[in-house]
Each structure stands twice: as structure tokens, then as C-alpha cells.
Design a protein around this ligand. Structure first.
Ligand code: SF4
Length: 395
């Protein structure tokens, strides 16, 4: 892989980058996909609250109003309140590892010189401390997302370790780095201790792999949802195979008729109806994502339906539905009813309807298992960007 100049690598994205190094070239080629999302905003807000909790050693969350206003999350008071309370609980258990005044939100940065380019490693130690009596550096990272497999986080942990040691100039007195991932949603922690000798060889091996990664080789996975590269051949290939698997179930050629309730009259068509709904919803989301990218580049855009720009809705920049829905209808041939479907069905609703229409002779357990499997497939399809875009191309 041809790398030159300074290549930025954040600890939080290391797992994704080492799994598909082509992510790195997205920063210099093609469009950049906008991956900001509401979960990230919730995470930033919880981190800001956690900083105060640790600095002031608070047993209960502080007044949340200033944080909710600052991050435009006044509608998420309950969620932020719950997560902040969990931070207090976790900090009460974890503070024994730290001194009375640990570094909080320490921005860590290292530069690694490679042949022909420099890697700029960055990460934020939410709580960071050097405990000389134990020859150990401690790093705590608040996680506001859903608890995931530990293996998926190993690259992030190793980079934290590398950054922590570099921050203290690889002090020979320090022999271990202890990293705590605090999953505040679940109230759980993952605690790992690494010997300091582990970091440099690990980093060298990973960077060598990136360097020998062939140009235009892709390893599409669910992480594509968070990748800045757009368009991407790898993602589109994955989408194509997804289409071959899902299209017969979705059967977009024959839109299923619905009752006024939104559900199909024939319960056996429930799965197909659900798949169609997902596809239509996905088309809208992908289209909106691309439009946001274009708007960022060009400010506003002039079209047949007037000029489109982002508007301020309760402090968030959003698309103006009155202008964008007619375009989505025109570009994708989506009807009013289909748009209504895309906003009126929900997983909960469809599962309730499925349970109410259990066909004779099929055990409830088998039927529900089948329904869950189809819903999972539909969800996987939705998480696969590019999926609906290609369906649209093929239609
Ligand atoms: S979109 Fe997926 S396949 Fe393409 S570069 Fe990103 S991670 Fe790799």
C-alpha cells in the first residue's frame, strides 16, 4: 500500500483500520462519508459528565442541564441521566487504582517514523495515572456503546498502551500498562494488563501488514458502516452478495398490499412486507447520507423543487423533509404510501402482528425463530451501506 506524508490513526478506529487498511486511503481519495451520529453525541456528552464526576469525585451525577444544552440532547435526559449514574457507580469501584488527582481526558499522541511516511497515533486517556509504587500506568476508557467482544477492542487497547508508554518516554521503571474499559451502559468493566515489551513489536507487525496490503484490496465487514470511504468497491461487492441473498425475500418487483393498519392482509406475506419496508427505509437513509455529503461540499443545492440546505431543527442540522421527500419520490419512484410505510412499521409492531397470525400447524417457537431470523437478516442488510443504492441502480 502506498503511504506517504503523515498518516493519522486514532486508537478508536485501529481495529477497523487493521482489518481493512484500505480505510486509510479514503482520506486522500474520493468523497468522505459523514459518519457523525446521535450515538456519538450521546457518547461525547457522557464523557463530558464523566470528566466532572472524576475530577470532583462525585458520588452522584452533577446537574445535567448545562451538558444537555451544550450537546443539544435535551430530549435524552433519561438516557444521559442513567449513563451518568452508571459512571458514578463504576468510578466508585475503579478509583482505588488511581491517585486522588489523576489526569482526566488526557490527549495522547505519538509519532512513529516508517519507511517513507510517519504515523500519527492519537487517543484520549479518559483517566490516566502513573502509579510508581506498582510500576504501572493505568488508563481508563469510558464506553457508552453496547458491550462488544473483547477481541474487537484489542487493537485499541494496544494503542492506548503504546501511547501511555510514549507519554512517559518509555520510563524503564514502568513495567506494566493496565487498561480498563468501563462499559457504562451495562455497568461492566474489561480490565487488561500488558507488559510494556508487548507494544512495539505488536505495532511493528500491524504496520508491516498495512504496508504490504495490496492497493484496491478490501475486506468489507460490518465496520464498513463507520468507514469514511465512499464510494468503495469492497462495500459494493458485499452489497451485491447481500442482494443475491436478500432480494428473493424482499421481492421488490411486487409491492405487497397493506391493510389500513399498515400490515399485509395475508400474514404469510409478513416477512416479505417487512423486507420491502426495510429496503425502502434504507434507500431513504442512504440517499440522505449522500445528500448530506454533497451539502457539506456545496453548501446548498438547486433543484427542480427549489434550493435544498440543512435547516436548524431544535439545535440539530437536519434536511427539510418538505423539500427532500418529493425528490426521493421522484428519484426512486417511491410512493406516498411507501414513505408512510417506512415510517409507520416497527420491529415491535411487526413481531406483535406475526405472533397474532401464527399459521396452523407451525409451533409458536419455530415461527418466532423464523421471524427473528428474517428480522436479523433485514437488520444486517440495513447496516450494509451501499445495499439499497445498488438495488436502486439495478431496478
Ligand atoms: S468501506 Fe469497508 S471495504 Fe471499503 S475501505 Fe471501508 S472498511 Fe474497507
Amino acid at each position: 500500500m502506498n503511504l506517504s506524508g503523515v498518516v493519522r490513526l486514532r486508537a478508536s478506529e485501529a481495529g477497523a483500520v487493521f482489518s481493512c487498511p484500505s480505510m486509510l486511503t479514503a482520506r486522500t481519495e474520493g468523497s468522505i462519508i459523514d459518519i457523525e451520529n446521535e450515538f456519538a453525541e450521546v457518547g461525547s456528552c457522557v464523557h463530558a459528565v464523566a470528566k466532572v464526576i472524576v475530577q470532583q469525585n462525585l458520588p452522584l451525577p452533577p446537574d445535567l442541564d448545562p451538558f444537555l444544552f451544550e450537546f443539544g440532547l435535551t430530549d435524552k435526559r433519561d438516557e444521559i441521566g442513567y449513563l451518568s449514574w452508571q459512571v458514578c457507580q463504576t468510578w466508585a469501584k475503579m478509583k482505588k487504582y488511581f491517585t486522588d488527582s489523576p489526569e482526566v481526558e488526557q490527549q495522547l499522541e505519538s509519532f512513529i517514523e516508517r519507511d517513507g511516511y510517519t504515523v500519527q497515533l492519537r487517543g484520549r486517556g479518559d483517566v490516566f495515572d502513573v502509579i510508581r509504587g506498582k510500576n504501572t500506568v493505568y488508563v481508563l476508557d469510558w464506553k457508552s456503546g453496547i458491550l462488544t467482544d473483547e477481541k474487537a477492542h484489542l487493537p485499541q487497547l494496544m494503542i492506548y498502551g503504546y501511547l501511555a508508554m510514549d507519554a512517559i518516554d518509555w520510563d524503564p521503571e514502568i513495567t506494566k500498562v493496565s487498561i480498563i474499559l468501563a462499559w457504562v451502559r451495562e455497568g461492566e468493566t474489561t480490565h487488561k494488563v500488558f507488559p510494556v515489551e508487548a507494544f512495539k513489536p505488536w505495532m511493528d507487525e500491524k504496520l508491516s501488514r498495512v504496508e504490504s496490503w495490496p492497493d484496491n484490496k478490501f475486506n468489507p465487514t460490518k465496520r464498513c458502516s463507520y468507514c469514511h470511504r465512499w464510494p468503495c468497491e469492497g462495500r459494493e461487492d458485499m452489497a451485491q452478495s447481500g442482494i443475491r441473498m436478500f432480494l428473493p425475500a424482499a421481492d421488490g418487483t411486487d409491492i405487497i398490499e397493506r391493510q389500513p393498519s399498515g400490515y399485509p392482509a395475508n400474514p404469510e406475506q409478513m416477512f416479505k412486507a417487512y423486507m420491502q419496508w426495510k429496503l425502502i427505509k434504507n434507500i431513504g437513509e442512504q440517499w440522505e447520507k449522500q445528500l448530506r455529503i454533497d451539502l457539506k461540499k456545496f453548501g446548498t443545492m438547486e433543484g427542480e423543487f427549489g434550493s435544498i440546505g440543512l435547516v436548524d431543527v431544535k439545535g440539530r442540522m437536519a434536511l427539510n423533509a418538505r423539500k427532500t421527500i418529493p425528490i426521493i419520490q421522484k428519484d426512486f419512484g417511491v410512493t406516498d404510501e411507501e414513505i408512510l410505510d417506512a415510517t409507520s412499521l416497527s420491529k415491535k409492531g411487526i413481531m406483535t402482528a406475526i405472533r397474532g397470525h401464527n399459521p396452523e400447524g407451525v409451533s409458536k417457537k419455530d415461527f418466532e425463530q423464523h421471524a427473528e431470523a428474517v428480522l436479523l437478516e433485514a437488520t444486517a442488510a440495513k447496516r450494509n451501506p451501499g445495499y439499497s443504492r445498488i438495488i436502486t441502480k439495478q431496478a
